[in-house]
Write a protein that binds this ligand. Structure first.
Ligand code: SF4
Length: 767
């Protein structure tokens, strides 16, 4: 299987490489933010939008899920990538019916995701009919009728897939899952399946809730913060301000990552004169350059060292009071840790014994430890076990349910956590479904639905025939691009509710619809009344978001309106759910949410408070663990890691700095020193020499997968080698360009998350 990215519009020969940066942000970040904003939005819209971004009466950043501070907010309460996200959404460029008349789907399919995104906001509902070459305009009414007729024609509701992206608001997510369950299926995959599903799975088993247990305030009170498998400088930039405050308050920060990212090293706060003049703040006190996939070994090695330290000074390391009162499985965990092979740990991690000892000493010295992590942990084959081991260490030290301590999985998309709270999950618990049924006098389907990977399988195999996406870019977010594209093409109908053009629109089913929707920054008027939506951040704070910009087209509908109007078409005007009332007044949706979802009582009042409200988290609030044992559970896992076979490299996929999830803002990766291109593979200089290549060589990347007695090869062509500080035997390249290297079946144990962080590859010289 060979694939060369659709980069006809990107001249990769213009690619230039310079030295990576040692600090994130600074004045360059301000300059880039302003340039991109002015290019896309013009002066007026730039000042109107950025002034309200992440402010109490403004709109929530459509970028990541990092929380806003509870107290004072700065005039510019956003980062470079937040500004880029807004510029992309609030752009004045438009994709009109004339654009679609000019460009066939076949032509658009040759374009890169970057080019497609740069064309601007979608302005009209469009349809692609069977055998047509171009999308054509369609009325909203006809579009709803087409979907409703298609859904009604299925032989089972389970033949439809309803995907959700993390930008979707709480109100839309709640109504969307209500529509889907009223229709009769739990097929509700979401982008969380590709990111923090492993965190949710591990934390639910360990502490009874799949969410982080800390707040920004906790981070500033911690005396030790571990940041594992995370690149905050690009993916959660405002986290750097919090880390800077934590440092000022005396915290030690240990970064654990295969790549020495700029944001892990230092931060030049562009909003503080001292940050700019004095060269910024060093973020990480220690940097553990761990081998890809070595994290579980690290946490287990630390576990063993902690028990050895406890032996030397009994009663000083293990928090016996906490363990005895609140935990189960400690004896088994202790026995397992005492047998951990430290030589194997050193081999798996690539770290030195001194680094291990010093990290253990830091854990022992700490009274308030927080462990943060992101995709570097969650997208490993053993991701769930790895996160369980990270949690084990915190439980052992009693670091749960007290200020300045706990778990912090940092979510990557602005409302991915809220969507799950609202019921976007193929396996919602019966308690949720019972409450939904009681509120709406309905009978929710109880059979579990399909997650993302299983949805692709179902579409590929023809057992699912309709795919609807509430936002997102499914084709680029998912692995195994060829299989995913074939799966979508295999559908009778694909429906994309979108703000902008992306690769998923050029991979249509037999019939395809594009439904243009309002973005976060857009004014949402229903029946002449301004509406608000709400979101939940990475730390369980729920707050309002109110767009104010004039939409670029009068033919856009809000996501709430699209769900309500589709539901009315599908179920008829006499349905027991008051869809048309919900559409006119989002307060009514929030009232329903308050009756169905625990912790959301009095939603309309509390969400209007200055900082919104925080959802309950029993381990954080009262050291209560709602698990089968009624306690926090230590987990026991066999040690696993990812060795590098001879002549091969272990590759991780990652974003560039000019990218947010699947959205490509530009062709630079400033912090890593890459300009004007994306087809690069970062390799350690010693490995480049050992493999017989030179820095700058053009190669094809070939992944190898043992299957049914043979090795299946997948390749992406035309990547430039960049000598980089990766661990020996490890490499890195951008997604979605490298998604084709990952087979659909290469998923994490228990969470079914595609494994994008451990791909065994070889490099071949390109012709
Ligand atoms: S840190 Fe995240 S939420 Fe905040 S402005 Fe940046 S991208 Fe947006």
């Amino acid at each position: 299987m060979t694939r060369t990215g659709p980069t006809s519009d990107i001249d990769e020969s213009a690619l230039a490489v310079t030295s990576p940066k040692n600090k994130a942000a600074g004045l360059t970040a301000v300059a880039v933010s302003m340039r991109r904003s002015l290019e896309q939005m013009g002066l007026l819209r730039t000042s109107r939008s950025l002034a309200r971004l992440n402010h109490h009466d403004g709109f929530d950043c459509p970028g990541c899920a990092w929380p806003e501070p509870l107290g004072h907010r700065r005039p510019a309460e956003f980062c470079e990538n937040g500004a880029k996200a807004v510029a992309e959404e609030a752009t004045l460029r438009t994709v009109t019916p004339e654009f679609f008349a000019e460009h066939s789907v076949a032509e658009l399919a040759t374009k890169s995701g970057f080019w497609l995104g740069q064309q601007g906001r979608l302005t009209h509902p469009m349809v692609l009919t069977p055998n047509a070459t171009h999308y054509q305009p369609i009325s909203w009414r006809d579009a709803y009728r087409l979907i409703a007729d298609g859904l009604r024609a299925l032989s089972s509701p389970d033949e439809a897939i309803f995907y959700t992206s993390g930008r979707t608001s709480n109100e839309t997510a709640f109504l969307y899952q209500l529509l889907v369950r009223s229709f009769g299926t739990n097929n509700l995959p979401d982008c969380s399946n590709m990111c923090h599903e492993s965190s949710g799975t591990a934390l639910t088993a360990a502490i009874g809730i799949g969410k982080g247990s800390v707040s920004i305030d906790d981070l500033t009170k911690a005396d030790l913060i571990l940041i594992a498998g995370q690149n905050p400088g690009t993916n959660h930039p405002r986290m750097l301000s919090t880390l800077e405050t934590a440092k000022r308050n005396g915290a030690k920060i240990i970064a654990i990552n295969p790549l020495p990212e700029a944001g892990l090293k230092g931060f030049k706060d562009p909003q503080r004169l001292s940050g700019l003049l004095r060269g910024g703040t060093e973020i990480a006190d220690e940097f553990l350059q761990i081998r890809i996939g070595g994290d579980m070994a690290l946490f287990q090695g630390l576990g063993r060292l902690l028990f050895e330290a406890e032996d030397r000074a009994p009663g000083t390391v293990v928090d016996r009071a906490f363990v005895d009162a609140h935990c189960a499985g400690f004896a088994e965990y202790e026995a397992h840790m005492r047998a951990v092979d430290l030589d194997a740990v050193l081999e798996a991690t690539g770290l030195t014994r001194t680094q291990l000892d010093e990290t253990a000493a830091a854990l022992i010295a700490s009274e308030r430890t927080i462990t943060c992590w992101a995709m570097g942990l969650t997208q490993q084959r053993h991701a769930v076990a790895t996160i369980e081991e990270a949690t084990n260490l915190l439980l052992l030290r009693g670091m749960m349910g007290k200020p300045g301590a706990g778990v912090c999985p940092v979510r990557g998309h602005s409302n991915v956590q809220g969507d799950r709270t609202m019921g976007i999950f193929e396996r919602m618990p019966d308690s949720f479904l019972d409450a939904l049924d009681a509120e709406f006098a309905m009978s929710s389907p109880r059979e579990h639905g399909l997650d993302t990977v299983d949805s692709i399988r179902a579409m590929r195999d023809g057992t699912a025939k309709i795919f609807m996406a509430m936002g997102g870019n499914f084709v680029s977010a998912t692995p195994d691009t060829d299989v995913t594209e074939a799966a979508l093409r295999n559908c009778a109908l694909t429906v994309q509710v979108s703000t902008k053009l992306n690769r998923s629109h050029v991979v249509p089913g037999e019939v395809a619809l594009i439904l243009p929707t309002l973005g976060r920054s857009d004014l949402d008027l229903q029946d002449g009344t301004k509406q608000h939506v709400s979101v939940e951040d990475s730390m369980s704070m729920v707050h309002l978001s109110t767009g104010r910009l004039a939409p670029v087209s009068s033919d856009l509908r809000s996501e709430v309106a699209i769900v309500c109007q589709l539901a009315t078409e599908l179920f008829g005007p006499d349905h027991q759910v008051r869809w048309s009332e919900f559409e006119k007044d989002y307060d009514l949706i929030r009232d329903a949410i308050s009756r169905v979802i625990p912790g959301c009582s009095d939603y309309n009042t509390r969400v209007r408070e200055r900082n919104g409200f925080q959802l309950p988290h029993p381990p954080r609030d009262s050291r209560e663990f709602v698990t089968a044992t009624g306690k926090a559970n230590f987990a026991v896992n066999e040690l696993a890691w990812v060795p590098t076979p001879p002549g091969r490299l272990v590759l991780q996929t990652m974003r560039s700095h000019d990218q947010y999830n699947t959205t490509i803002y530009g062709l630079d990766d400033r912090y890593r020193g890459v300009k004007n291109g994306r087809q690069v593979v970062f390799v350690n200089a010693a490995d480049i020499a050992e493999l017989g290549f030179s820095d700058g060589d053009l190669v094809n990347i070939v992944s190898e997968w043992p299957t049914e007695g043979r090795v299946e090869e997948r390749r992406v062509d035309g990547f430039r080698i960049v000598a980089y500080s990766t661990p020996r035997g490890n490499a890195a390249a951008y997604y979605p360009e490298t998604n084709p290297l990952i087979p659909l079946d290469h998923v994490a144990d228990k969470s079914n998350t595609p494994v994008s962080k451990a791909i065994t590859v070889r490099l071949e010289r390109a012709d």
